[in-house]
Each structure stands twice: as C-alpha cells, then as structure tokens.
Design a protein around this ligand. Structure first.
Ligand SMILES: Nc1ncnc2c1ncn2[C@@H]1O[C@H](COP(=O)(O)OP(=O)(O)O)[C@@H](O)[C@H]1O
Ligand SMILES: [Mg+2]
Length: 263
C-alpha cells in the first residue's frame, strides 16, 4: 500500500496565467513544473490545512486520484501576484500541479454516472462525507481525453473540507453529524441516489482507512502543526464521522432521493 508523505517544493518564479474558481489563487513555477497555489484569506484561514488533509485522505481512499500536489514554499523576496493582483506573502501554501489538457466534468455528469466511473464517484462521495467537504462541485473533477473515465480523471479542491475553510472547534463539534444541503444543485452528488452503491463505497472506505485515518492526520499535522485543541477537534470529528460513515452516507443519499421526488 502507498506510503503517505507530503511533497515539498520551492517556488522559483511566477507561473502562467490561470482563471478559475472563486477563491484566492496564484501560479508559480517550480523545478517540477507550474503549480496552482490556494491562498488563505481572512474568511478562509484553513485552506492549506484542509487541502493537505483532503488530498491525503483521497490518496488513501484509492478512488479518483488527486492532482499531484505539494506544500509549496514561496521564499522571502519573491514577488508573485495572486489573481487579484496582490503580492503573495512569503510562506508555505498548498499547490497542485497545473494540469493542461484536462476538462471539467461539467457537461457529462449523467454519462459519467452511468459508466464504470460511477463506482469512483461513489468512492469520492464517501470521502467527502467523511471529511465533510461541503463544496465538491463539477469543475473539481477533471478528465483527460474525450470522455470521462475513471482511469483518466483527477480531483482537486478540498479547501472546504471540515465544514468549510473557516471552521472552528465549536463548529466541528456541532456539525459532526451534518450532511450536505440538498437544495444546492451545484454539488456533484445531488443526483447520486443509489443507496446500494453508497453503502458499498462506505464499507470499502471504512475498511481501507481502519488504521490509517489518524496516521494521515498526524502526517498532515507534521507539516502544518495545529494547537492541541484544534488537533483534538479535527481528530474527534473525523473519528466520529468515520465510525458513522455508513449511516451518514446512506442518510445523505436518501435525502437527495427524497428531494428529487418532492421537487
Ligand atoms: N491543478 C489544476 N490544474 C488545472 N486546473 C485546475 C487545477 N486545480 C484546479 N483547477 C480548476 O480550477 C477550478 C478552481 O480551482 P479550485 O481548487 O476548485 O478553487 P476554488 O476553491 O476557487 O473552487 C477547479 O474547479 C478546476 O476546474
Ligand atoms: Mg472548486
């Protein structure tokens, strides 16, 4: 089984222009190619932590892979601008390798769901329920080639895991049993109503992560240390959701099905 580690790399120049998403970003060049950085803001202080955590857990889950990612060091004195034209402060940011030749899943979701891709999408669904990623939208799954295929797809964007990039200890306690907003039709899962597939994905993920979920949190925290109260809250939140994953996922799928019936 793959050993988890977080790749670290240094930015050495500005990257190519990039437009996409709604949050603060910048691109940089590195010796391994261009990376897209997700930058924290006052309204989204946990972007780096959430991205590292989400990427680690998606990797363990073994469904749709994440875009290759790294903790990218932006050194002192290095002037790179973000998408708003502001200078990026020196620091360490989550970056994903800037992919070219990939398309977002947007227009083909129904086709993807009816193909062999469905199993991978339910696997991702299970991960997102576990980490409570409240913002998994269609552009976050990208594929290479003409048609979406499990083997030629990647997933990006875990910035809104843990109930959002502005989580607090109190909120993690309050939302440990929460689901996604069924009225938010932009979420990728809003038409995924197959309870059997969902149960299978949840069982599989629980088995895969049995002894690996907390070590994954530890690895992320070795790069991005949390103070003890925050660490405890994240660990307790994930442990609870992991222990209740089958129930939470089945409930979410039933709520989507009910919404579609009554809409
Ligand atoms: N590494 C990447 N290479 C190419 N496109 C990307 C990459 N990361 C994200 N994107 C595209 O840009 C969009 C916005 O990025 P995302 O990380 O989702 O930011 P936001 O938090 O603003 O939604 C994604 O939905 C995806 O389509
Ligand atoms: Mg996104």
């Amino acid at each position: 089984m793959e050993k988890l580690s977080i790749h670290k790399i240094r930015a050495d120049g500005a990257g190519p222009p990039f437009v996409g998403g709604s949050q603060r970003k910048a691109t940089v060049s590195t010796r391994d190619g261009a990376y897209l950085l997700k930058l924290p803001t006052s309204g989204a202080p946990w972007v780096t932590f959430n991205e590292l955590l989400g990427a680690a857990i998606v990797r363990l889950a073994g469904g749709i892979p994440c875009a290759p990612s790294a903790l990218v060091d932006v050194p002192l004195g290095f002037r790179v601008q973000d998408n708003l034209g502001q200078i990026v402060e020196p620091g360490q940011y989550f970056g994903s390798l800037l992919l070219t030749g990939y398309r977002a899943l947007i227009p083909d979701f129904a086709a993807a769901l009816s193909a062999d891709f469905a199993e991978s999408l339910y696997a991702l669904f299970a991960v997102d329920v576990l980490i409570y990623n409240v913002d998994r939208k269609l552009p976050d799954v990208m594929f290479e080639g003409e048609e979406p295929k499990a083997g030629a797809s990647v997933v990006v964007d875990h910035g809104n895991a843990l109930s959002g990039a502005d989580w607090t200890v109190k909120r993690l306690e309050e939302r440990r049993d929460c689901g996604f907003d069924v009225q938010d039709r932009r979420l990728i899962y809003c038409d995924m109503t197959d309870e059997r597939q969902a149960q299978k994905a949840a069982r599989r993920l629980v088995a895969l992560l049995a002894d690996r979920l907390m070590p994954a949190v530890e690895i992320v925290c070795s790069c991005y240390p949390l103070n003890p109260a925050y660490y405890e809250a994240v660990a307790a939140f994930l442990q609870h959701r992991g222990q209740n994953l089958q129930r939470l996922l089945a409930w979410q799928v039933r709520r989507y099905a009910e919404y579609l019936r009554t809409d």
